[in-house]
Ligand binder design. Structure first.
Ligand code: BES
Ligand code: MN
Ligand code: ZN
Length: 497
């Protein structure tokens, strides 16, 4: 979908030629644009709303065709609730439903929704939001469907209207930023949705290489031999049962000064998690193709950072492996040595995410990072605790935790902090090795984070557990692209203008 901004002042709206025009209604009160259309149509808009019993709940839409005195063929009235200011969550929801309700067959549409007052968001931010929510709403994954919708059935262009010419430059920049977030997120969704028989570790490594093709990002991929030389036996223990080699891809983007310490993102890239010898139950196991969504989010962020030309040094690392049972697979009770030198007793081969991450986290010490954030679909316990609304955030640093929480708020891609206190560490004691890879039945997300904490002492570190937020199940099954928006807001706030 092509996105643009244009000056479409309320006074000129009745004459604005477009097949479809979206305007907002806050409870009983019309937005400036809706009021202008109501006046131009001699009250026909209000009358139609009253007739239909339109309540204006956030996301409720009503399509009005051929209103008298209005050039637009269709006016889509969009509810925005009746609060004086729309909450960011309601705003997100209403833009998505508005864009979904615009008939694709019309080809083009104009939206004035960014005129709404949204809590804590200025016009530029509302334009960014609108752009990325529109991309989110228009996303589809039909690569494997024999029947795909014709291009003429999809909305080709959406113009975001603003009232003042003086805001145009800022709005265009804001649109670009919103598009970068949206495209990074869509890329992450595409990767997440790929089936496990396509997206093997080598596929993700190829995707990383492709990001480096035009030189903006330096890419290096380590195969199993190289990892063995580095002593990454813990990571390699996860791919031991698979026919497909593990891959560690490193993507370096230098948008800042050469001497500036980079932000490092490390993604869990388990392309399919059967559980290994600690085999998972069959029901719903297909969803374990999404166990690479941490890696997908890192790839999505790197793509967006490059597109946005952020003035910041960012390094993305994806630790990719397939967790399979076989005669060569790692067994419960096996002990492996990590790159850090610490030994691990693998009591459960299904707690594999931390096994690939710990070696990747040791590896990234060489970059002398400003901060390291790892992103992983790490624990079912996180889904139990936070559901599909918030990602779990863990960090020993209050400052870094606050920074990430705030970025998640701004992006409407929220996280919630849980502790990584040392008091939990004893749950990981092993009689035979330095550490066990599971901590028993309680505090599962915290003990997973505590395991990672033992490998991240050399730098400021945070961990995002996205087990609940990376994908949806049921009729809406599919990757969400979270937490790409959170991470991009975090990076942009750290970048120089
Ligand atoms: N990839 C899973 C975590 C997961 C489970 C994410 C369900 C989303 C939905 C992870 O590798 C895993 O299997 N974790 C185990 C850890 C346990 C063995 C300590 C879990 O959560 O059950
Ligand atoms: Mn697992
Ligand atoms: Zn897993």
């Amino acid at each position: 979908m092509e996105l643009a901004v244009a000056v479409v002042a309320p006074q000129a709206l009745a004459e604005h030629k477009t097949p479809a025009l979206a305007v907002a209604v806050q409870g009983k009160s019309l937005s400036a644009s809706a009021r202008a259309l109501d006046e131009a149509s001699a009250g026909a808009l209000q009358a139609a709303l009253a007739r239909s019993g339109f309540e204006g709940k956030p996301g409720q839409t009503l399509a009005l065709h051929s209103l008298p005195g209005i050039a637009a063929g269709l006016v889509l009235v969009v509810g925005a609730g009746d609060a004086a200011e729309v909450s960011l969550q309601a705003w997100h929801k209403l833009v998505v439903s508005a864009v979904k309700a615009l008939p694709g067959k019309l080809g083009k549409a104009t939206s004035t929704l960014a005129e709404l007052p949204v809590a804590g968001r200025d016009l530029a931010q509302r334009i960014s939001d609108h752009a990325r929510f529109a991309i989110e709403a228009g996303y589809r994954f039909d690569e494997y469907k024999s029947k795909k919708p014709a291009a003429t059935d999809l909305l080709g262009k959406l113009t975001l209207g603003i009232a003042e010419r003086g805001d145009l430059k800022a709005a265009k920049d804001a649109l670009t930023w919103g598009r970068c977030i949206g495209e990074g997120q869509s890329f992450a969704r595409d990767l997440g949705n790929q089936p496990g028989n396509v997206a093997y570790p080598g596929y993700l490594a190829e995707m990383a290489r492709a990001l480096g093709e035009d030189g903006d990002i330096q890419v290096e991929v380590l195969g199993e031999d190289e990892m063995r030389k580095l002593g990454m036996h813990c990571l390699l223990s996860v791919s031991a049962g698979s026919q497909h080699d593990a891959q560690l891809a490193v993507m370096r983007y230098q948008g800042g000064k050469a001497k500036d310490a980079p932000v490092v993102l490390v993604g869990k890239g388990i392309t399919f998690d059967t559980g290994g010898i600690s085999l998972k139950p069959g029901a719903g196991m297909d969803e374990m193709k999404f166990d690479m969504c941490g890696a997908a989010s890192v790839l999505g962020v790197m793509a967006a950072v490059k597109l946005a030309k952020l003035n910041l040094n960012v390094i993305g690392v994806i630790a990719c492996a397939e967790n399979m049972p076989s005669g060569t697979a790692t067994k419960p009770g096996d002990i492996v040595r990590t790159m850090s030198g610490q030994t691990v007793e693998i009591l459960n081969t299904d707690a594999e995410g931390r096994l690939v991450l710990c070696d990747a986290l040791t590896y990234v010490e060489r970059f002398k990072p400003a901060v390291v954030v790892d992103i992983a679909t790490l624990t079912g316990a996180c889904v139990v605790a936070l559901g599909k609304v918030a990602s779990g955030l863990f960090s020993p640093s209050d400052a870094l935790a606050e920074e990430l929480l705030a970025a998640g708020q701004r992006a409407d891609d929220r996280a919630w902090r849980l502790p990584v206190w040392d008091d939990y560490q004893e749950l990981l004691d092993s009689p035979f090795a330095d550490i066990a890879n599971i901590g028993g039945p309680t505090a599962g997300s915290i003990t997973a984070a505590c395991y990672l904490a033992r490998f991240t002492k050399a730098y400021a570190w945070a961990h995002l557990d996205i087990a609940g937020t990376a994908w949806l199940s049921g009729s809406q099954k599919g990757a969400t692209g979270r937490p790409v928006p959170l991470l991009l807001e975090f990076l942009r706030a750290r970048a120089a203008d």
